[in-house]
Design a protein around this ligand. Structure first.
Ligand code: TYM
Length: 334
C-alpha cells in the first residue's frame, strides 16, 4: 500500500508565493509517488470573518490554482472539504478525546483571537481538531505544509495517539490512526515583503499572488525596505534585505544568491537592479501557471466534473474510517 498524503489550503482566494513554495510545491513533489488527496478547506475559512458572497468563488479559485500549478487530477484526488461532511463528523468524535485547555493555549488561536476580538467563535477553537480530522479521516501519514503549521501537526499527532490509546484495536495490534509528519519543502518559510514576519494573505503588502503580472510584482518588490547598500559585511538576519536574499535564493537559486551576497559584502549592491532581476525571475516561473489557469477558467464544467467525481471517491474512503472509528468507540451497530 502506498503512503497516503493529505494537505489543504483555506478558501481565502488566490494563492500567494508562500502557499506555493511552502505547500503546493510539496504536493507536486509527492503526487507521482504517493496516494494523495489535496483539499480546499472551506470549513476552516469560515472561522474568521468572511463574506458569504465570495466564499464559493474563493474555493473555486484555489482549485484553479492547484490545477494550474500542475496538480494532476489523474494522479491525486482534489477535494472541497465541505463536499465530504465526514470531516465534521470525525472532528466531533475526535473533539471528545482532547482537552479544551490545550486548544486555548495554541499560539495560532491566541493570534486569531487578538486579530478578531469580536469573532472568537467555537469553530476557531475547534480549528486544530477539524484539521486533525481532515488528515486522520484518510489516515494520512505525510502532510505537505509550511513550517507555520507544525503546532497544528503536533496536535494532530497527540489526538491520533490519544485515540489509539483509548480505543485499541482488538487482537490485530494495528492502531487506527498513523501519526502524521510534515513533508518539508525548501520554501517552508517564505518571508514577508514588508520585512517583518512571513508572507501572509492577511497582511497587505506582504505577498505576491500566483496571478500577479510583471508590473504588479515589480511594484510590490519596489516597496521592500532596504538599506543604503554600503554597509558591507554579512547579510542581515532579518528585515527587508534579509527577505530579498531569501527570495533570491528560492527563485534564482544559489548562483543569484551568491552574486548578490558578494555585492553586499563589497558594499556595491544595487537593490533596484536586484529587485528588477528578481521580479523577472519570479514572473517567468508564474507565466506557465497563469496560462494554464486562463484555460481552466474558461472550462468551469470540466473542473466541476473533476470535483464531483473526486468527492465521491473521497467520501467512500471517509465513510470507511467513520465506520471503523464508531465501532471502536462502541456505538450501536445494526
Ligand atoms: P493556510 O491556508 O494558512 O496556508 C496554506 C498553506 O500555505 C503555507 N504557507 C506558507 N508556507 C511558507 N511560507 C509562508 N509564508 C506561508 N504562508 C502559508 C501553509 O503552511 C499551508 O501549508 N491550517 C491550514 C489549512 C488546513 C490543512 C488541513 C493543512 C486545514 N486542514 C489539513 C494540511 C492538512 C492553513 O491554515 O493553511
Amino acid at each position: 500500500m502506498k503512503k497516503r498524503v493529505y494537505s489543504g489550503i483555506r478558501a481565502t482566494g488566490r494563492l500567494h508565493l508562500g502557499n506555493y513554495l511552502g505547500a503546493v510545491k510539496g504536493m507536486l513533489a509527492v503526487q507521482d509517488e504517493y496516494d494523495c488527496i489535496f483539499s480546499v478547506v472551506d470549513l476552516h475559512a469560515i472561522t474568521t470573518p468572511y463574506d458569504p458572497k465570495t466564499l464559493a468563488e474563493s474555493t473555486r479559485s484555489v482549485i484553479l490554482d492547484y490545477l494550474a500549478a500542475g496538480l494532476d487530477p489523474e494522479k491525486c484526488l482534489l477535494e472541497v472539504q465541505s463536499f465530504v461532511p465526514e470531516h465534521m463528523e470525525l472532528a466531533y468524535l475526535l473533539g471528545t478525546v482532547f482537552p479544551v485547555a490545550e486548544l486555548e493555549d495554541l499560539p495560532t488561536y491566541k493570534d486569531k483571537k487578538a486579530q478578531h476580538p469580536k469573532y472568537v467563535n467555537m469553530g476557531l477553537l475547534y480549528y486544530p481538531v477539524l484539521m486533525a480530522a481532515d488528515v486522520l479521516l484518510y489516515k494520512g501519514e505525510l502532510v505537505p505544509v509550511g513550517i507555520d503549521q507544525e503546532p497544528h501537526l503536533e496536535i494532530m499527532r497527540q489526538i491520533a495517539r490519544k485515540f489509539n490509546g483509548m480505543f485499541p484495536s482488538a487482537g490485530s495490534g494495528q492502531v487506527t490512526f498513523p501519526e502524521p509528519r510534515r513533508f518539508k519543502t525548501e520554501g517552508e518559510y517564505v518571508p514577508s515583503l514588508t520585512g517583518e514576519g512571513k508572507m501572509s494573505k492577511s497582511v497587505e503588502g506582504s505577498y505576491i499572488n500566483l496571478t500577479d503580472d510583471l508590473e504588479t510584482i515589480k511594484a510590490k518588490l519596489a516597496k521592500v525596505p532596504t538599506d543604503s547598500g554600503t554597509l558591507g559585511g554579512s547579510i542581515p538576519q532579518k528585515g527587508g534585505v534579509a527577505n530579498l536574499f531569501v527570495l533570491a535564493y528560492l527563485f534564482g537559486g544559489k548562483e543569484m544568491h551568491h552574486k548578490y551576497v558578494e555585492d553586499y559584502k563589497e558594499k556595491r549592491i544595487r537593490y533596484g537592479e536586484m529587485k528588477q532581476e528578481l521580479s523577472q525571475i519570479i514572473y517567468e516561473q508564474l507565466v506557465p501557471i497563469q496560462e494554464r489557469r486562463r484555460v481552466l477558467e474558461a472550462n468551469p464544467e470540466k473542473v466541476n466534473a473533476i470535483l464531483k467525481e473526486h468527492a465521491a471517491k473521497c467520501r467512500e474512503i471517509a465513510q470507511g474510517t467513520i465506520k471503523e472509528v464508531k465501532e471502536k468507540m462502541g456505538f450501536l451497530q445494526i
